[in-house]
Design a binder for this molecule. Structure first.
Ligand code: ZN
Length: 268
């Protein structure tokens, strides 16, 4: 549904149409993560187009070029198109990436702090599907801590309230699996081009710790087969070079393990 207004044309899509739009869109900006916000407006205040227009006016007053987010999900589960998807969002200072690459940002209409509004129903389902569509498009693993990020993980804010991000990420992973998109539990190191890796402050890391263990086991297996495969090369590589390589591999592995278990923090 298209809504031309004096300041801007708004567009509201069903979640099915949103998924098709993600597939058909001419992406020039590489998506490297997904950012989740809430609007902090109560669900009961939702007034359709009027609400989106007042959000636009609010963002304009804050000197933004357009709506801050790429998409807004309403309490009925419809997706309102925000700013151009090839533009960087206004998600959190220092975490918006660049014009070439960075996060896709959504806001969900509601105030999910302290049980104000319930995170449920069509809005929650659409949020999961929007995230799954973006992950599928961008090749992001929702279980990777740096792929799906709540605003409060990168900023001093309560946004998006009590939404359980572990639960959200698992739900997205299950949706991707159901659609036949392989969600590997083992994913290589966090994207090196992520310009400002957030501090991971979230609680309830049990599932991720378990996944980290699986990652380590799988990477050890991979390293083993790589070494076996490379055995031919070792015939003409000096003995000391092989030693240096093995030491380096062990050091990298140990660092990775420490980081995976959160024993040392990711650098900011
Ligand atoms: Zn936020």
């Amino acid at each position: 549904m298209i809504y031309p207004t004096k300041e801007r044309t708004y567009e509201r899509l069903s979640i099915d149409d949103f998924e098709a739009r993600v597939r058909d869109f001419t992406w020039r900006r590489r998506i490297t993560s997904f950012h989740l916000h809430h609007t902090a407006d109560r669900v009961a205040t939702w007034r359709g187009l009027a609400s989106v227009r007042s959000t636009w006016a609010g963002h304009k007053r804050r000197q933004m070029v357009d709506l801050a987010m790429h998409a807004l999900i309403d309490p009925d589960g419809y997706v309102w198109i925000g700013r151009d998807w090839n533009m960087m969002p206004a998600s959190a200072r220092g975490h918006n990436g660049t014009q070439a690459a960075g996060p896709f940002m959504i806001e969900c209409w509601g105030d999910f702090r302290n049980g104000c509004d319930e995170w449920a129903g069509p809005e929650r389902e659409s949020a999961e599907r929007v995230c799954a569509a973006i992950c599928a498009h961008a090749g992001l693993n929702p279980l990777d801590p740096l792929s799906v990020i709540a605003h409060k993980e990168i900023d001093k804010t309560a946004c998006p309230g009590d939404i359980d991000m572990d639960e959200f990420e698992l739900a997205v992973a299950r949706r991707l699996n159901a659609e036949g998109v392989e969600v590997a539990e083992a994913r290589a190191l966090p994207a090196a081009n992520f310009d400002h890796p957030p501090e991971i402050t979230r609680e309830g890391e049990a599932i991720k710790t378990e996944l980290s263990t699986q990652r380590i086991v799988q990477s050890a297996t991979l390293a083993g087969s790589a070494l076996t495969g490379a055995a031919g090369i070792f015939k003409w590589v000096p003995q000391w070079a092989v030693g240096v390589m093995v030491v380096a591999l062990v050091a990298v592995g140990a660092l990775w393990a420490l980081r995976s278990f959160g024993i040392i923090k990711r650098s900011v």
